[in-house]
Structures are given as structure tokens and as C-alpha cells.
Ligand binder design. Structure first.
Ligand code: FAD
Ligand code: SIN
Length: 527
């Protein structure tokens, strides 16, 4: 058993921000990643971070854009809290060495994305996440108070029922984790645990999210008794590269922000004018649905995104990562359009937290994509996600430091019990079930929904849950099994939330309830 002051599950933007803040206030922190340190979505972020950084813009504008994109559902207090802290978050990152692009006058170079009424996205070319992750990891590696633990897969949170003197307490004392090196299950104890484990995009067949986005933190917190909210709002990005070799490469929204246009490859029509007066810069849910509608109506494989009219110099300077990647695939984006399709991109719902990142379980905090903080509502505004990670990572850490004496102390935690399980002789079940979930989620719980399709998905998930539960209780856990168990849980949460919402709002669009209700209400599932 290892003891730390604080355990952070996740080494993305949220986890490392929290860890650095805690370490600076003197806490000994262990930070887990289930694979390599940079294996989350943070490294893959392209477009940038939204922040009001010039006089012509204002907090009010950023707040309004967030509320409009979120279809009236975001919590205004939370939006204000985050937007007002954005400039300080950017300043801290710059201090850590993130080389944000500047214009020729030495001011921030701000790009634009859908749903933003101003240029407001600070960025490092088209590889912002990579630069941010590098700076955060470097600072964490150098900090004496931080122990980084890659290749440790958290399985479940430790609570009263795991103590030698059993109790029904919901307090969280750390977690059990599978060590990929030793293949042993370790007990990691701490006074506070921060869940920063990212989203659940891999519940869908086509997703821009990394392989590990299996909703582990949402499922763990749910099993630990925490409320989960707004899981029906799965965000689909309108422009994921369509390529048979490369399945999940994003084409940043900044391409449209810098003048990229969407074209139906069959008719040659610039079609967004038929869907929204903001054209290609309408919020993401609208553009994703428009692409989906064109593809389905004309039986296309993809639509075209064209930025070639901006000229080779501009395109290569602004989008070097995309240019290099696509030239390697035989597509010269300075000369020809990019074939794109919508794909799952972001999990707007998650574990309910307050402004201090507190969940319903004492001792458990959460930050980043794993949460439902109230910021995104029914649809996340582009580039508000990394921002949420920085603001809530810091808020959770600050609350822990300020309330240290009130946090639960771990006592006599039982070791993981493997006495009644054996090694699996049927690994094929895991791949089969995983594939089934991702396919029916794509087909039945996708961009356009109906109650009948959701019911079909619910029947299937109920059946698969039984199989996975049985498998889990008979066999020794492996990383794949841990992820599959969580994937079934989050698929169920998404479907149940979608079935509960009898209206279309933001990312939840259902043919059975096409209207939007007058009152905006969160979907809250209680364990
Ligand atoms: P992540 O960065 O996803 O990190 C999750 C961490 O949790 C990882 O370290 C992982 O190993 C760990 N973990 C997960 N499960 C376990 C477990 N069971 N045990 C131990 N560790 C675990 N947002 C923006 O604001 N701007 C952008 O430009 C932008 N571009 C994007 C581009 C792409 C392709 C994608 C996929 C997303 C983009 N987003 C963007 C969204 C944004 O990147 C993510 O929402 C954000 O990075 C999430 O950060 P996080 O810290 O919450 O989680
Ligand atoms: C993008 O660069 O298009 C992604 C931005 C985001 O997800 O916020």
C-alpha cells in the first residue's frame, strides 16, 4: 500500500494543473496515467484555448457565446467563473514556457473558431495541446513533490466497504490500480483524490478522441455514488479527416475560422448557407448535423473542406501539422480540398462538480472532460475545454489545500482480493463486446436520434452488461477488461440520459421531439 497526500488520476491538462498547484502548496502528489504520460486528449488538441485577451473583446462576449453555443443550458455563474479566470490561466501557461503564437506587434495571435463572435483563441500553430502538455509535464517532472506514475490503470475508488473495519461511508480514500509493469493490483491511498481522467469518446465507432477515452472516471465516480449529468450531450466534430488508413485525425475548426469552406463534392455547392446564417462558423452541433445531412441525403462518403484559396504560404504557416500529415497521405491542402466527416469529439456531460471541483463523495474531486461543471450545457463552445481543465484543476487543488484538516484519513484499507478469480481463457469476448458497443452507439445514439433507436441501444447494452459483469466476476482484471466494464457503464449512462430528454437541444437532436422546451433543465442521473 502506498500513501500520498493527494492522488490525481490523469496526466492531462486538468490533472497536471491540479498536481502543480497542490505541489506548490506543499502536498505530496501522485499522478497516474493509464498508459504513457501524454496519452490523453490534451496532447491532441489543435485549435487552442479561448480567452479574452484584447480590448475589443470582453468577458460579456465570451460569456454570451458560451451560453448561446450551449443552447441556454450552461450555468451562468460557472461560465462567468471560468471566463474571468481565462487570462490568468494563459499567463501561467506562458510562464511555464508554452510558446503561444504572437503577431508582428508582439501581441497574442488570436484565431477564430465556430460560435465565437470575436477572434479569441490563443494557440501554438495547430498543435496547441502538444505544446501545453510538454510544458506541464516538464514542470511536473521537475517538482520534488510530484510522483508521476505512468502505466497504472485505476480500477475503482477505495471507500468504506474496502476497509478492514467495514463501513458504509461514501468517503474516498484513494484507488486500486493495475500496474502494467508488474501486473499486480496496488492500493494507492490519499487524503484527497482528484479524478481527471478525460472523456468517453471511445464509446463511439468514429471518434477523434484517443484510445484511452473510455469514460473510466465517469464510471468509477458513478459506482462510488456520485451523480452524473448531461451524458446525452456527446459532441460530434464536423471535420474529422476521411481516410481509410487514418481513422481519427482532426481537421481543426480554425481551418474554417481562417476562411475554410464546406462543399458538397457532388453538386459543388457551398452548402452551409442552407443551414445557418453564420455559415461555416455556426456552432459545432449545427455544422456537424449539416455535414451529416449532406452525406446521408446524397449517399456520399464525405464532404469537402477547402482552404486552398488562402494560398500555400498562409496555409503552411497556420496549419503546419495538418499540412505535413496530409501531404504524407497524398493530399496537398494548399491545392485541393480535404475529405471530411463528422466524428465523436467531446463528452459534455460527466461527474457533477461544484465550483471547487467537489463531487458528491467526500474526498473525491474532479476536473476536466470527466466532469459536468455547468460550463458547456448542451454543446461546448470550441476551445473552452482546455480552459475548463486549467480553471477547475486549480480550483480543486486550492480547495484541498484550504480544507486539508477536514479531509478523510485512510485507515486499514484491504488489499485487492483475487482469491476467487482465474485468468481468462476467452479474451475474444472483450474485443467482440467492445466492437458491438461502439457500433450500436454510432448507429443508434449518434448525431440524429429517435426513441426507437435509443430503445434498441438500451436493450443491447442491458444484455452486454450482464455478460461483462459475469466475465468481471470470474476472471482476473486486465486493462482491456477494466476499460470494457467502464465503457458499458458510460454507454448505459448516455442512452439513459438521451431517453430522458424529451426535446431537441444542442447536441441532442431527436426526430421524435424536434422542438426545444422553453425551460432549459440538466439531466441528472442519481446512482
Ligand atoms: P485528458 O487529456 O484526456 O487526460 C486523461 C488522463 O487520464 C490521461 O493521462 C489518461 O491516461 C488518464 N486516465 C484515464 N483513465 C485512467 C485510468 N483508469 N487510470 C489511470 N489513468 C487514467 N479542447 C480545446 O479546448 N481546444 C482544442 O483545440 C481542442 N482540440 C482537440 C482536438 C482533439 C483531437 C481532441 C480529441 C480534443 C480536443 N479538445 C480541445 C478537447 C480537449 O483536448 C480535452 O477536452 C482535454 O484535453 C481533456 O483534458 P483532461 O485533462 O480532462 O483529460
Ligand atoms: C479544433 O481545433 O477544432 C478543436 C477545438 C476544440 O475541440 O475545442
Amino acid at each position: 500500500m502506498s500513501d500520498y497526500d493527494v492522488l490525481v488520476i490523469g496526466t492531462g491538462a486538468a490533472g497536471l494543473t491540479a498536481a502543480l498547484t497542490l505541489a506548490n502548496c506543499g502536498k505530496k502528489v501522485a499522478v497516474l496515467a493509464k498508459g504513457k504520460l501524454g496519452g490523453g486528449a490534451t496532447e491532441w488538441a489543435q485549435g487552442g484555448i479561448a480567452a479574452v485577451l484584447e480590448d475589443e473583446d470582453s468577458f460579456d462576449n465570451h460569456i454570451k457565446d458560451t451560453m448561446v453555443a450551449g443552447a441556454g443550458l450552461p450555468d451562468r455563474d460557472v461560465v462567468e467563473f471560468v471566463v474571468e479566470r481565462a487570462p490568468a490561466a494563459i499567463a501561467r501557461l506562458a510562464e511555464l514556457g508554452v510558446p503561444f503564437n504572437l503577431d508582428t506587434d508582439g501581441d497574442w495571435h488570436l484565431t477564430r473558431e465556430g460560435g465565437h463572435s470575436h477572434r479569441r483563441i490563443v494557440h501554438v500553430h495547430d498543435a496547441t495541446g502538444w505544446a501545453v502538455a510538454e510544458a506541464l509535464e516538464k514542470a511536473a517532472v521537475m517538482h520534488d513533490n510530484i510522483t508521476l506514475l505512468p502505466n497504472m490503470v485505476a480500477i475503482d475508488l477505495v471507500q468504506g466497504r474496502h476497509l478492514e473495519d467495514f463501513s458504509t461511508s461514501g468517503e474516498v480514500y484513494g484507488c486500486y490500480a493495475f500496474n502494467r509493469g508488474t501486473r499486480e493490483i496496488e492500493t494507492l491511498c490519499a487524503r484527497a483524490t482528484i479524478m481527471a481522467s478525460g472523456g468517453a469518446g471511445r464509446a463511439y465507432q468514429f471518434s477523434t478522441a484517443p484510445r484511452g477515452a473510455t469514460g473510466d472516471g465517469i464510471a468509477m465516480a458513478w459506482r462510488a455514488g456520485c451523480r452524473v449529468s448531461n451524458m446525452e450531450f456527446m459532441q460530434f466534430h464536423p471535420t474529422c479527416l476521411y481516410n481509410l488508413q487514418v481513422k481519427n485525425f482532426l481537421i481543426t475548426e480554425a481551418v474554417r475560422g481562417e476562411g475554410g469552406i464546406l462543399i458538397n463534392p457532388e453538386s459543388g455547392e457551398r452548402f452551409m448557407k442552407n443551414y445557418d446564417e453564420r455559415l461555416e462558423l455556426a456552432p459545432r452541433d449545427i455544422v456537424a448535423r449539416a455535414n451529416d445531412a449532406e452525406i446521408k441525403r446524397d449517399g456520399l462518403d464525405y464532404v469537402h473542406l477547402d482552404i486552398s484559396h488562402r494560398g500555400p504560404e498562409f496555409v503552411k504557416e497556420h496549419f503546419p501539422t495538418i499540412y505535413d500529415k496530409l501531404i504524407g497521405l497524398g493530399i496537398d491542402i494548399t491545392q485541393e480540398p480535404i475529405p471530411v466527416v463528422p466524428a465523436q469529439h467531446y463528452t459534455c456531460g460527466g461527474v457533477v462538480v461544484d465550483l471547487d471541483g467537489k463531487t458528491d463523495a467526500p474526498g473525491l474531486y474532479a476536473a476536466g472532460e470527466v466532469t459536468m461543471s455547468g460550463l458547456h450545457g448542451a454543446n461546448r463552445l470550441a476551445s473552452n475545454s482546455l480552459l475548463e481543465c486549467f480553471v477547475f484543476g486549480e480550483a480543486a487543488a486550492n480547495h484541498i489545500c484550504a480544507n486539508w484538516d477536514d479531509l478523510p484519513k485512510a485507515r486499514n484499507v484491504k488489499a485487492w482480493d483475487e482469491s476467487r478469480v482465474t485468468d481468462s481463457d476467452e479474451e475474444v469476448v472483450i474485443q467482440q463486446v467492445w466492437g458491438e458497443i461502439r457500433r450500436f452507439m454510432w448507429n443508434f445514439v449518434g448525431i440524429v436520434r429517435t426513441t426507437k433507436r435509443l430503445q434498441r441501444a438500451k436493450n443491447r447494452v442491458d444484455l452486454l452488461r450482464k455478460e461483462v459483469d459475469e466475465y468481471y466476476s470470474n476472471f482476473r482484471v486486465t486493462p482491456d477488461l477494466i476499460e470494457l466494464r467502464n465503457l458499458v457503464e458510460v454507454a448505459d449512462l448516455i442512452i439513459r440520459s438521451a431517453l430522458r430528454r424529451h426535446e431537441s437541444r444542442g447536441l441532442h437532436y431527436t426526430l421524435d421531439y424536434p422542438e426545444t422546451d422553453a425551460e432549459a433543465v440538466d439531466t441528472v442521473l442519481v446512482p
